[in-house]
Design a protein around this ligand. Structure first.
Ligand code: ZN
Length: 317
């Protein structure tokens, strides 16, 4: 999830703008990751911004796997078109990296074309419920219906799965906590690329609305340990990252936790934490994208460290 305020506009546009999508420039830019793997980077200069997040796909010897489906069916349809321009192999799987609507709203496009939608097991119960909160109290019936119609994952898993797109080509799906409590990374060994979803924002401040920064830092350390030489496709941000970019992002979360913790130890609470920590974040990360998240990031980390943060409820087993 990138920005809830902008998102409302996107969401309204997603249905209204469908008819214009045929003439509009590409909502994403393809980046060749090698060995049939492609990143689809949100082309946010195009208005309306139909993609809303980064996505991607991997073309194997026998089938195609898609990672995320953008914020609108129109952008998903464009990605299906981009895949069809390269191969006639079936799109066998879609993996939703997490439940946020800017990553899943195009699921139906691929489901209709015959793909199986896969996700970590928390994504399915959250997709039509937790996404409503991004519209706030003024949610319209149309927006509510839009969320209620999201195409849910067909196959879920607790810890992960391997999705084969060829006899010897298995895409590794791994659950990693942090951004939402239901995040998946996808690793393609042949291209040595990790599709990170929103577990990695490249030189951008992240949305922490559903985050556990403690678990998130641990997950990023696992990524860095297990895939030290990989290319990392971020959920948001224009550039593909390497390990040093992932480390820089992890260090932002560590810095945030330490700065908030120090302010709390000095007796600050609520707006005082924000007043103390914001200049520190600004000094170090003022040039990063989505700096508007600095305030909410500080506030949400303050709540997390006080154990007051409300997170999406884990489904009962
Ligand atoms: Zn997200």
């Amino acid at each position: 999830m990138k920005n809830s305020i902008v998102l409302v506009a996107y969401a309204m546009c997603a249905s209204v703008c469908l008819s214009a999508a045929g003439q509009s420039p590409a909502p994403f830019l393809l980046r060749d990751m090698g060995s049939g793997a492609w990143a689809a980077i949100d082309n946010s200069t195009v208005k309306p911004n139909l993609a809303g997040s980064n996505a991607g796909f991997v073309i194997g010897p026998q089938a195609v796997l898609v990672v995320d489906t953008f914020e609108s069916p129109a952008a998903a349809q464009k990605m299906l078109g981009a895949i069809r321009a390269k191969t006639n192999l079936p799109v066998r799987y879609v993996v939703d990296t997490h439940y946020h609507l800017d990553h899943v709203a195009g699921n139906q496009v691929f489901a209709k074309s015959g793909a199986i939608i896969m996700a970590q097991e928390n994504v399915r119960p959250w997709m039509r419920t937790e996404n409503l909160k991004f519209f706030g109290e003024k949610i319209t019936p149309k927006q509510r219906d839009w969320v209620k119609d999201f195409y849910l994952p067909d196959v879920t898993y607790a810890q992960g799965a391997t999705a084969y797109i060829g006899i010897d080509r298995g895409e590794v799906l791994r659950f990693m906590a942090g951004h939402t409590g239901g995040d998946t990374i996808i690793y393609d060994a042949q291209a040595n690329v990790v599709f990170c979803g929103d577990l990695f924002w490249n030189h951008a401040l992240p949305n922490l609305i559903d985050a556990s920064t403690k678990e998130w830092v641990e997950s990023l350390n696992v990524l860095l340990h297990d895939y030290p030489s990989a290319k990392f496709v971020p959920g948001h941000g224009d550039e593909i990252g390497n390990a040093s970019d992932v480390r820089a992002f992890r260090d932002y979360l560590v810095f945030l936790r330490q700065a908030v913790s120090r302010a709390q130890a000095d007796g600050a609470s609520g707006v005082d934490v924000l007043r103390v920590v914001l200049p520190q974040v600004s000094e170090r990360y003022g040039k990063w994208a989505f700096f508007d998240f600095a305030g909410p990031d500080i506030q949400q980390t303050d709540e997390e460290l006080r154990h007051l943060k409300k997170l999406p409820r884990q489904p009962l087993k």
